[in-house]
Ligand binder design. Structure first.
Ligand SMILES: [Zn+2]
Length: 538
């Protein structure tokens, strides 16, 4: 293969000499095309005036740095009307006039800069055989051309923070190409409106529920349909329910509801369902009792020796116990029973309540019950079921009190329980939802409204919005009433958001990406650099 094509040199260039040095490859190249075009009048010329040499850095080759020593020529322009009498030949695909590196080398540096940051980029480039500096990288990024502003019909808009909670900017995303179209240095209505005025094709604007973007769109793009973003709507509603939940918490945990009357049999032990554990196998029990007997005997000895006035150290030495154990036993005065181990959670536990319910309904067949819970997602064997039934025969197992069972929920997990699609809940969780709803009527109302709203959002039934709002107002729950009042103010956009398929999901994704870029820049870069990096993100 000819060297010139191997090195991807443009046509009309010939490799004269390749020299391997300690620093890499030094390649002498000469431009040999017989003619060149004047950059001013574009007329071709073949009268060479002089030669001169340029030294250019290139992208590395086979892991070695590459330097070109390029001989180029100056030509006379023979066009009598052209003001340019002498011109230097141009190699537009290879190197820019006056540049010290090839175009491809410069592109490598830009790509490294966009993927990393100034300082880290310089370090990485050096490792890859392209020595450069931080200012060069930043200059390359800033020199990237503006993307041509194609007309964008579907636009998503959102804010992002320069410093969390302090200063905000605006990000605009093309909802069709999923690309960031622009970043604006703030989120004020005038700035955004000004920007929108230059976009006459704007037809749909998907935005959050903030008033600034709404008024910006009214000002700058009155022709466009505004869509309130579904994600923000759901978020607002969830926040309202969170407040309501905090208010109802007291109501929920107040009185433990009396247990449903069981078929109490006085001579049966009573076990709370959470405490249920499979009966101990005979051989395990034997070992445990033997161990206890040994311990008890030693305890008696300790007490005896203690009564005789022996020193702790002496007792410990004699009986082969630690000083600490002896001291504690003497202090205690009663035999310390070995502590019961905490009940290990088993995969059967979530189904214990269900099986208990079926047992009370009269279903005592282990195999049938096993099949029933298998359908609900139980993956264990039927052995646990039989062991549980054995316990049910011997003892009175109590279903937990509502408040006890709900106490395990924190504010966050309760909210999560309530906002999930009921179809994805398991039997136990479904019962917990029911328990919550039984414990508080406000919560019951809120839960029904919440789930109805989610189904409206998922099915995009914007036409049902009015009746939902009416129900929310009738609910007399202040939190939901204030949510509805907010929606009422922005009703057209909300309705559009609940009807149109577009949403701001991808804008959120772009904000996440922007945050990542911001972090690699350690937050020190100015807005202009951030904008370049986001718009040209790879
Ligand atoms: Zn000319």
């Amino acid at each position: 293969m000819e060297e010139a094509s191997l090195l991807s040199l443009p046509e009309g260039m010939r490799v004269e000499h390749i020299q391997s040095t300690d620093y890499g490859l030094m390649i002498e190249v000469e431009a040999v095309h017989p003619t060149s075009c004047c950059p001013l009048c574009a007329q071709s010329s073949d009268s060479i005036k002089t030669h001169y040499r340029r030294v250019l850095r290139d992208a590395p080759c086979a892991g070695r740095q590459v330097q070109f020593v390029l001989t180029v020529r100056k030509f006379y322009c023979r066009n009598a009307y052209c003001s340019q009498k002498v011109f230097t030949e141009r190699l537009p695909t290879f190197v820019k006039p006056w540049a010290r590196m090839t175009i491809r080398c410069s592109e490598h540096i830009t790509a490294i800069g966009l993927a990393t940051c100034g300082k880290g980029g310089a370090r990485l480039a050096a490792r890859l055989g392209i020595p450069t500096t931080r200012p060069t990288i930043l200059r390359r990024i800033m020199a990237l051309p503006e993307a041509p502003s194609a007309s964008v019909v579907y636009r998503g808009i959102d804010d992002f923070s320069f410093r969390r909670g302090y200063r905000f900017g605006t990000i605009l995303v093309n909802l069709e190409s999923h690309r960031v179209v622009d970043l604006l240095p703030d989120r004020r209505a005038e700035t955004v409106a000004q920007w929108m005025r230059q976009q006459p094709d704007l037809a749909v604007i998907s935005r959050d529920r903030g008033g600034e973007y709404a008024s910006a769109a009214r000002e700058g793009a009155p022709q466009a349909i505004q869509c309130a973003d579904r994600f923000h709507l759901v978020k607002n509603l969830t926040e309202a329910v969170q407040v309501l939940l905090a208010r109802c918490q007291g109501e929920i945990l107040a009185e433990p509801k009396p247990d449903e009357p069981g078929q109490e049999e006085p001579n049966k032990p009573v076990i709370a369902i959470e405490e249920w554990r499979p009966p101990e196998p005979a051989h395990v029990e034997k070992v445990r009792l033997a161990r206890r007997a040994g311990r008890y005997a030693r305890y008696q000895q300790v007490v005896e020796l203690g009564k005789q006035g022996r020193a702790t150290k002496e007792i410990a030495g004699r009986l082969g116990l630690s000083d600490r154990t002896v001291r504690e036993w003497l202090k205690r005065g009663t035999f310390p029973e070995a502590q019961k181990r905490r009940k290990k959670q088993s995969s059967f536990d979530p189904f214990a309540t269900y099986v208990l319910k079926r047992w009370r309904e009269g279903e005592h067949n282990g195999l049938v019950l096993w099949r029933e819970i298998k359908k609900q997602g139980y993956t264990g064997t039927d052995r646990s079921v039989y062991r549980y039934l054995k316990t049910l025969k011997q003892a009175e197992v109590k279903p937990s009190f509502t408040s006890q069972r709900l106490r395990k929920y924190t504010a966050a997990t309760t909210l999560w329980l309530l906002v999930r699609d009921p179809k994805t809940l398991n039997e136990m969780e479904r019962e917990d939802v029911t328990a919550f709803c039984q414990a508080s009527t406000s919560l019951k109302k809120a839960y029904d409204l919440l789930q109805d709203f989610f189904s409206l959002v998922h099915k995009r039934e914007g036409q049902r919005l009015e009746s939902w709002l009416a129900k929310a107002v009738e609910s007399e729950l202040p939190e939901l009433q204030s949510f509805s009042a907010g929606v009422e103010k922005d009703k057209d956009a909300v309705k559009a958001g609940l009807t149109w398929p577009i949403n701001n999901g991808m804008v959120e994704g772009q904000v996440t990406k922007l945050k990542l870029i911001k972090r690699t820049m350690y937050g020190r870069a100015g807005f202009a650099l951030l904008r370049q990096r986001v718009l040209h993100a790879i």
